[in-house]
Design a protein around this ligand. Sequence first.
Ligand SMILES: [Fe+2]
Length: 308
Amino acid sequence: MARPHIEPFVERNEDFKKMTMSGFGKGMHYKMLSFDTDTGACTMKVRFDSGYKRPPGFSYSEVEMFLLKGTLKYGDTIYQEGHYFLIPPGVSMPAMSSSRGCEVLLMYNGSEPDFVETDIDHDYADRARFAEVNSYQGMPWMAPAVNPPRTATGCLLKVLKYDERTHAMSFLYILSPEFWQDNISYHDCAEESYHIWGTSWMMQFGDLPTGGYFWRPPYINHGAFACKRGTIAFGRTDSELFNHFHFNPWSNAKENEERSVSRLMHRNPEIYNWIAQRDHNHPHPQDFEHPDDHGHSHSHDHDHGKKK
Ligand SMILES: [Fe+2]
């Protein structure tokens, strides 16, 4: 079971809880925004109290962090609001501290939060994937032209992470004042958003204010959209984002998925035919170019590729 649908959720209505897992030290508090009960992957809003300190160390999970408020020091560098970090598994970060306290979005993508104290990378760490950027200051806004059909004018983004293998993205985005889009949207990917500032409206879920959050599984209708005074938000997808637009507010997720499959049949018939073969509707690691993938443990004694 992946993460359940959480929408709308407003974290400002909830209290912080004390982080008690070992390794994280004193002065760390969290609000759980979404949580995968199988893997432990999660998104949290975290407050580090003034004077918080942590020694150098790494996580066994990929970690993303977005600095919402205050300043944070890693090693000798003090980072400001809007700073984004992508920390691959096993990459050791220098000592961390926050003299006046700060708030961050903290995401563990592969497994539950953990911290191993060390100033040496794990043997299998891929340090070349480490990335950090101040998303408020450092990058130009772009129209979301990656995957047409496109959103209405007035939605702009900065792509902070793009996974070439899964096409998952993390991005900062804005909706301009008086933004509106009159159609209904769904995707083949899960979609996540945290409102850093501003209120936007969706027909199905109403107003989502500052501190608003959602984790939305694939094929769930959302939209029409409107935003009166502008919104800045942090968003993510877990795979390729394709905008399926329509005008039927009554379609359910199953029907939306079937419509998407029908589109795939026309757009990419070879892949459709391969998926549609009975007994071969799931990937096998050996079918792909990434031999390290061993996520499927069920037996494979059926005859691959045999049409029935
Ligand atoms: Fe969407």
